[in-house]
Design a protein around this ligand. Structure first.
Ligand code: BEZ
Length: 210
């Protein structure tokens, strides 16, 4: 059975391009993204690693650390990193995990045998400061990830962690949010002083809290 929302993100120790890490220790109190890519020296993966490096400040703003895994070794990752830096005009400074024994890939169920018996798919795990899995997204090898969506999911998760709200379809930061079903009508004014709308008893919105 694969990992599900609410499960503890399994801990592991691994060699990475940034040295040896104990995953939970490395995460500390931060939010985390752990994502897999199928293989080094491949085109879509090159753009994804590059995009992640370019978004360094966006992840930092969200107190979110990123680690990446594929079943290649660290020597290969380090060689490939040079190509990523050169072609994507960036500097990769986050850990790319060497996983030639597939320890992490198997722990996180990142190899989907009916897609490929050996390579990882493009899994993304969103991990909270409590080390629980908050969301997952999985793409096939042929689809490069949308990093705007990854940042948007982090924003939504962090907002819901702080306030009793949910985010509606196609929400982007700054849009109105949905007041959680656990909030009683009579509590709304105190909890959401920016105002609110009651569209239906179960559909109540408010401007995004700070
Ligand atoms: C790629 O990153 O381009 C890729 C890797 C494995 C299979 C297909 C595409």
């Amino acid at each position: 059975m694969g990992l599900r929302i609410g499960d503890t993100a399994p801990n592991f120790q691994a060699d990475t391009t940034e040295g040896k890490i104990d995953f939970h220790e490395w995460l500390g109190d931060s939010w985390g993204i752990l994502y897999s890519h199928p293989a080094d020296f491949t085109p879509v993966c090159t753009t994804e690693i590059g995009r992640t490096a370019q978004l360094k400040d966006e992840f930092a703003k969200r107190n979110t650390k990123v680690a990446v895994v594929s079943v290649d070794d660290v020597k290969s990752h380090n060689e490939w990193k040079k190509d990523v830096n050169e072609t994507q005009n960036t500097s990769v400074e986050f850990p790319i995990i060497g996983d030639e024994d597939k320890k992490v890939a198997n722990l996180y169920d990142m190899i989907h045998e009916n897609a490929s018996e050996t390579a990882t798919v493009r899994s993304v795990f969103f991990i909270g400061p409590d080390k629980k899995i908050k969301a997952t997204i999985v793409y096939p090898a042929s689809t490069g990830r949308n990093f705007a969506e990854i940042l948007r999911v982090i924003d939504s998760l962090q907002l819901s962690a702080k306030h009793p709200v949910a985010t509606p379809a196609d929400w982007v930061p700054g849009n109105d949010v949905i007041i959680g079903l656990g909030v009683k009508d009579e509590e709304i004014e105190a909890k959401f002083p920016k105002g609110h709308k009651i569209i239906k008893p179960y559909l109540r919105t408010t401007p995004q809290p700070e």
